[in-house]
Design a protein around this ligand. Sequence first.
Ligand code: ADP
Ligand code: MG
Length: 967
Amino acid sequence: MHNLLDHFSRATDTLADLGLRHGRVPLSAIQWYSRTCMFWTLLLIGLVGIPALHASGAVSIETVNQLGRYLCFAIAALSLDLVWGYGGMLCLCQFLFFSLGGYAMGMFCAHHGGPEGVIDAVNWGKIPACLFVVYPGGVGESQDQWTVPFFWKPFWNIWTTLILGIVIPGVVAAVIGFFVFRSRVRGVFFAVLTQAIVLAFWLVVCMNNMKLGGTNGLTRFDRIILDSRENISITIAPQKLAEANLEAAAVREAVEKKAMEISQAYIEQVEKKRQLLTRNFASPPAVNVDAVPIEVRGSNSAMMIRLARSIHVWKVLAVFEELTVAEQQRLSDIAEVKIAGYDLNNKNVKLALYLLTVIVLVAVFLLCQLLMKSRIGRVLIAVRDNESRLRFSGYRPYVFKMLVFGISGAIAGLGGMLYAPQMKIFTPTNLEPKESIAVVIFVAVGGRATLSGPIFGALVVSYLYSLLTSHSPDAWPIVLGLLFILVTLYLPGGLMGIWQSWVSLAISQKTVRSSTGVINSTEAQQDRIDVRLAVVGILAVTFGFSAAWGLGEYARPWDDGLMAQRNGSSVVVGLILMLTAVSALLQVLAGLGLITGRVWGSMILKRTLPISIGLSVTAVGWLFFVGTLRSGIADWGTTGFTRVSELVSTVPHLPVLTLWSAAALFYFHRFLSRQAVRTTVAADAAEDQTDEALPDASAVQDRASQLARIVAKQKIGPSKSTLDNSLLEVRGVKVVFDGFKALDVAEFSAGYYDLNVIIGPNGAGKTTLCDVISGKTPVTEGQVHLGGHQITGLTEADIARLGVGRKFQTPTVFDSLTVYGNMELAIPGRHRLVNNVGIRPSAAERLKIEEILARVKLLEHAEKDVRHLSHGQRQWLEISMLILSDPRLLLVDEPAAGLTDEETILTAELLLELKAEHSVIVIEHDMEFVRLLNSSVTVLNEGSVMAQGEMQAIEKDPAVIEAYLGR
Ligand code: ADP
Ligand code: MG
């Protein structure tokens, strides 16, 4: 039994740890349902439900195709969510990237579409049908002088097309990003700029001489071929062959003979072309010649004729169709002759494209989720909250923004590539500004920064669009505008915001419970909890087993089970029930684990409980809504309810499983929050102890012992002479704003491990001095040195990386991140992009964060979003972040502003402690506070240093009294 308890406590410790470590509360059931289960439900509906409904005839292929196109919009919306939702950059050119992908795929499809067009002058290949219509040649050229435009050529092959269709939009986005973000263009300027860019592209692409089909766009999409050559397939029908009294071998002979003839003609034509070119040009361009222009492959009954790119496949097709294989017998009479490839008009191809879109959407979703869960995602949110603050922490925001913008462009391009073959035309309308604005609306309606929201929004709004345009197309822009205004005003979180508000409700309740709740849980209580866990294990086995059995029996796909009925709806419900049965089986496993005292038992149970609930709710919901859809909204009460009650009464295991799982989940979560509180209390206790061990330690340490400590740490090498130099030197610095001299400091320096206080009346230039040191404001004249290096003219991020940390006059922290998330951004050495990919904070770093947070009484709020903190707490959080980032020099601007007396004292203590390992410059207005610090003081007045020395002396200086203290 003891062993068992040990295991339990370890398991639960890890669970509680998980919450704290990642700086968030463990997922509640609602959160879980909204984030994960809903997504997988949509996936199940998308991949199984819709095809099943299509197979049973309830949904036509046109609808499936339409849905596929909407899903392409969803991909574009998802890509915008990265940039706008997470990064706060309102990009109004998302459809530019979509169109770049679309045009790439469009060029591929156009290459392989339609019989119109001739082989070009240099024998490269057939001029695409849609180009032929809008005249692709130069002025005064005749048709036989036309050539395929060079930029069309890479798009002949599907594989290069696929790569280019992702790379081009990605690179274009990254390049736009590089110039725009580096120049710090933000907010509405960024929006206007991107709008202008897409408008410019639209105008350019619409021109006929761009050789992209002009306003007609790319049309005549026919087939997708995977081979790098066109093939004509000849499939002989054996019955007809027998009727015609023919041998397959004879047919092949005829085909091969014809192929030889075409080959001959090809060579003659090449020769003619050469002559033509020599006549027309002084130095004729080279003519492409294929060594094997035509090749017959495959068996006698299924032949494949592989053609050189520069052979007109449609003309050859006609020749073979009309080929006489015997008297009165043409080849097309006894065989199916067609161009090989996936016909875009074919139902199965349409369905396959739809499925492909779903799969790509899912992959993209998972990728985005991964990206946003990583540190990159957090940095991006920090960029949205306060970009300039991030620079002073040593980050270069534009690198992150550029990367995300590039990724977003590539994803949008992918969407466009899937859209083109499903739409079977790609026109410049996609580049019209309103299309890009529509994507913004998708995201806004669905909910920003939620990932699943934009998918939802794209589907809902697009469906609304198709509904409305068929009735009253003129009303659409008005409806769209109204929708946008309504969402912005009343539903700022979009549709997903409704979910989120429930979730935050759940979280705030949890926080209240943990801060006031069962804090002194004793060992005795702990025991009881563990015994209860064992009971939970037994119940899990019992309920799980009976549910798995009952559900499996009901839904099984053989005998008289539900899935044996094989219509769309029963297959879907059956599948969901089967999955529920699997989750119930997992509960059995988890229960066994719990009973035998295994850590994984509680881990598995915690995860399978919400899955069981989610799946059974989904099954019931599906049954209800499909029933309603079938018989119309009017009958929803009768049909929906009848179907559901039928299900519940035949399989009572379903409600029992749901109720049991919900109860167990509730129990587990209460248990979890209790654990989290215990950890916090323990940390508080630990902190109290350290306080006793070091009475006033740092405040009274003499310089010698400080030096010894520092040398031991080897932060700057053991040479004492280095320490005698100053860390910071400001020499002859002048800052002039529009003729107004804000700063004129002849000489100011700060030593290593020193605390300097700067005081002065309002407008004296104190903040400006900080700005100069940290690189925010350029100097008009003079130099700043840090540890012997010139730092004037460096960027904020570079100076921060050299070891200058800064706290602003008004607390600047990242509001949308948790306290813990803020701290994580301040971990030293994590500023570069590469250090932000898939790296979790180490155990030591976590410990350090928790230690610092405990010191400023923020540990219990570690999981709170920073926007819920008080002013004082935000001040401390900013100071904590500074401490964690371990700079050489700390610039602290008015830390006591707006604090209560008690808070002021703690802040002063903190600053004195910091002095032990850092150089600190404190700017302060509050004289009481300055007296508390009891350090050397510099008085600034009207931009220049007025006096310097100990506080006692300064207070007696008549000039200072006159300028400042006397007031
Ligand atoms: P404080 O000592 O109160 O922190 P500041 O350094 O903020 O004073 O300001 C010093 C002077 O410089 C003030 O007169 C202020 O108006 C002016 N100033 C500060 N920043 C700017 C700016 N960006 N443009 C023009 N004037 C500025
Ligand atoms: Mg100031």
